[in-house]
Design a protein around this ligand. Sequence first.
Ligand SMILES: Nc1nc2c(ncn2[C@@H]2O[C@H](COP(=O)(O)OP(=O)(O)OP(=O)(O)O)[C@@H](O)[C@H]2O)c(=O)[nH]1
Ligand SMILES: [Mg+2]
Length: 315
Amino acid sequence: MPVVLNHAVDALAQGVLQGETRAIARAITLVESRDPNRLELLARLFPHTGRAYKLGITGAPGAGKSTLSYQLIPRLKARGYRVGVLAVDPTSPFSGGAILGDRIRFDEAFEGVYIRSLASRGSIGGLSRGVPPAVRVLEAAGYDLVLIETVGAGQLQVDVRFVADTVVLALVPEAGDVIQAMKAGIIEIADIYVINKADREGANRMRLDLRNALELGGKPKGWNPPITLTEALYGKGIDELVEFIEEHKRYQQQSGGWHTRRLQQLEWELQSLIHDALEQQARSVAQQLFSQETLHAVLQGAENPFPKLREWIGA
Ligand SMILES: Nc1nc2c(ncn2[C@@H]2O[C@H](COP(=O)(O)OP(=O)(O)OP(=O)(O)O)[C@@H](O)[C@H]2O)c(=O)[nH]1
Ligand SMILES: [Mg+2]
């Protein structure tokens, strides 16, 4: 059965397909929200999605993710990509301040690049659930490379695999950083390791530590993640990084790894939408089963909540 669309959503979808910046902005706001119309919009955009290459850049706050992106964007553009950027929870000004607000806007090298920040608030597992639908909006608008910057620690960085085809992990030469990354379980998730701020002391040492740490886990069968040094602030090492990114992309396409990862991404995207809906449902079911009066009774020991819960769950 065809999806019946209301007029406003249809017009919004048209705007997105025509690449209108304001429509893209409004569409991302809609798909990030819990408005039921977001699913209608996604249904309308779906045939035009799934084509972009998704490049994730993750790392601790201040590691230089935005500076790396700033350097990567014109180079990726020069290779013919139409680039969109999604920054999840940026703590330093990627979207409104010095880097992208002031400099990039007037810079020809960034013309046509769409940049947007997303909040991860309210999402379980850290990474914004708004990312996959926002990627779809950008794909429908004709962007074929979406750069996703995520900040944070632990879980947040693990999640990036579920949205990105290539994961770049930015580290900085600081004592203990490799150990920190190992503890957070992120050492295995990266496809490319970047030791940024290589102008600082200890970058080579760190590369050795990291190589040793990676080899402890045994030699990988397929892709052997490269470790590359950059000085994002000075534009050094970025061309090599672009090469590694392209190389990983080619490898993924040829080895079939891309397909496997995309299946996981799709599963995660749909699961989070269902999770979202169930979460809302849980709230209302809880209220139905346990009124304020019942809660008082349970608190006083006058009523046992578990038989009722068991009955409901078993049903
Ligand atoms: N010395 C040095 N500083 C750098 C380099 N790259 C970035 N920085 C500086 O590090 C600081 C943080 O850079 P950002 O690019 O904002 O880092 P980020 O990882 O995006 O930070 P969040 O989004 O807040 O997590 C800025 O002051 C940059 O100028 C580098 O190669 N060398
Ligand atoms: Mg940033």
